[in-house]
Write a new protein. Structure first.
Length: 133
């Protein structure tokens, strides 16, 4: 199952990068819970597909060409996937290109749908969260 979970996460990232938020959200469980780190300006827990869509859209509106540059996507146990990526885009107001340091995203997949995601600034924190779930 872990290989299928990795593919689900990869498909969601690809759909997001194409701007196909509907397809990306179809890979999310209707009760998805998405947690962002305290270091984010919009740090919060987003619940349900519509809140996740709003979170994603805020970032897409803030940065032209906003994309997730997936560096690694690996299984962690049976139900979790660790994705390492950089965020890139261009400020809509300034036109300045930006690229983030590596962001670590831990997802939990059940029955082919992502049910929980938490974002971290370190791999160690993400792995610790996987052990705690």
């Amino acid at each position: 199952m872990s290989g299928e979970n990795v593919e689900t996460v990869r498909e969601a990232v690809q759909a997001f990068n194409r701007g196909d938020l509907d397809s990306a959200l179809e890979l999310m469980h209707p009760d998805i819970e998405w947690q962002t780190p305290d270091s984010f300006p919009d740090a919060a827990t987003y619940r349900g597909r519509e809140e996740v869509r709003e979170f994603w859209q805020t970032w897409r509106d803030t940065f032209r060409g906003f994309r997730l540059d997936l560096e690694e996507c690996v299984p962690v146990g049976e139900d979790h996937v660790l994705a390492n990526f950089r965020v890139s885009g261009e400020g809509t107001g300034s036109g300045v290109g930006v690229e983030s340091p590596v962001v670590f995203q831990l997802g939990e997949v059940r029955a082919g749908k992502v049910i929980w995601v938490a974002m971290f600034t370190s791999e160690g924190d993400a792995l610790e969260a996987a052990r705690a779930r």
